[in-house]
Design a protein around this ligand. Structure first.
Ligand code: SF4
Ligand code: SF4
Length: 326
């Protein structure tokens, strides 16, 4: 058996067992649709296997402990489902939201949004138990990102994944203590399309490179979520960052910088209007160089201060307003 097969088998066995293994028999789930996107984490295994990619990966062994802890965080998020209350509360007060957000900030969360999950955003073959979603982001270190691709950048990214898994599990514990049912969705290997959820939750907009761009950090953040039974979250009603996507139509910096030409000039439209921005197979080749991340480093929104970008946007698209879905 090849190393890649062993790795995938262990991942599926230890961290990504179907949710059915952790919930009560007969508990309702929301299933992915047949046309839902492929589960990103395993797409890479498939691509490497199908294309027999033999590039020797450049990795940092210092990133490994964080990667392992991030994977253990995913496992914990499933195992803790058994701690959901038997008779959970389903509504939260504005004060409850305020206190939750204050707690989130105190453990290092940078920005929070709320949105409803729709089944086409659940990754293929996956099931989830709640469709109310708390989306949150955490900034990645600017100086270390500026080195990309570099072993230090790779360590920083893995550390961020680990920290966000910890945050997702801590926030879930907090909400369970308040009487709610939750399912933590760590940043690494999410079960739904996080950038789209974040865009719909009005945290930012998806750029040409397919990553979420926020005014605060550009593309330099990771996303995690919490699925919950709370039915009255302050769901975002519209997206006010349409100008970011418009700006991307005038800029090709990420495309030109990508070492494997993985970023499409025009995104490919899939079922339900979903857009695919990159060729995952080509990106996978670049990623083997310490996780690449050149598209994050070179993005105009990373290279310029947020206020400058806002001024440019206001000048060019003063009256521009749109509701973004994808
Ligand atoms: S991570 Fe690297 S290879 Fe992948 S899209 Fe970005 S620049 Fe291209
Ligand atoms: S580099 Fe330019 S085109 Fe690419 S995502 Fe950033 S702003 Fe958009």
């Amino acid at each position: 058996m090849k190393l890649i097969d062993v790795l995938e088998k262990q991942m599926r066995k230890r961290a990504f067992r179907p949710i059915k293994n952790y919930i009560e028999e007969g508990q309702a789930t929301i299933k992915a649709l047949p046309e839902s996107p492929e589960f990103g984490f395993f797409t890479w295994f498939r691509i490497f296997r199908e294309n027999n990619i033999k590039v020797k990966p450049k990795i940092s062994f210092k990133a490994m402990p964080y990667a392992i802890r991030a994977i253990l965080g995913i496992r914990k998020s499933f195992k803790n489902l058994k701690n959901n209350p038997k008779n959970p509360r389903t509504t939260i007060t504005p004060e409850g939201i305020y206190e939750f957000e204050e707690y989130a900030k105190s453990i290092g969360v940078d920005k929070i949004g709320y949105i409803k999950l729709t089944p086409e955003l659940i990754l293929e073959h996956q099931e989830l138990i709640y469709d109310n979603v708390i989306v949150f982001i955490k900034e990645m270190d600017k100086n270390l990102m500026a080195l990309a691709p570099h072993k230090k950048t790779m360590v920083m990214i893995m550390k961020t994944y680990y920290q966000m898994g910890k945050q997702a599990n801590k926030l879930s514990k907090y909400l369970r203590k308040k009487g709610f049912s939750v399912h933590a969705g760590p940043a690494l290997a999410g079960l739904s399309l996080y950038p789209v959820l974040a865009q719909r939750a009005n945290l930012g907009a998806i750029g040409r490179h397919g990553l979420l761009i926020t005014l605060e950090f550009g593309p330099r953040q990771r996303i995690a979520v919490i699925y919950t039974n709370i039915t009255n979250l302050p769901i975002a009603q519209s997206n006010t960052y349409g100008w970011i996507s418009e700006f991307c139509k005038t800029c090709v910096s990420c495309m030109e910088a990508c070492p494997t030409n993985a970023i499409y000039e025009t995104p490919i439209q899939k079922a339900h209007g979903r857009l695919t921005h990159i060729d995952v197979g080509e990106c996978a080749k670049g990623f083997l160089n310490y996780g690449c991340s050149i598209c994050i480093k070179e993005c105009t929104f990373n290279k310029n201060p947020p206020e400058k970008m806002r001024r440019i946007a206001e000048r060019q698209w003063k009256s521009y307003k749109t509701n973004l879905n994808y």
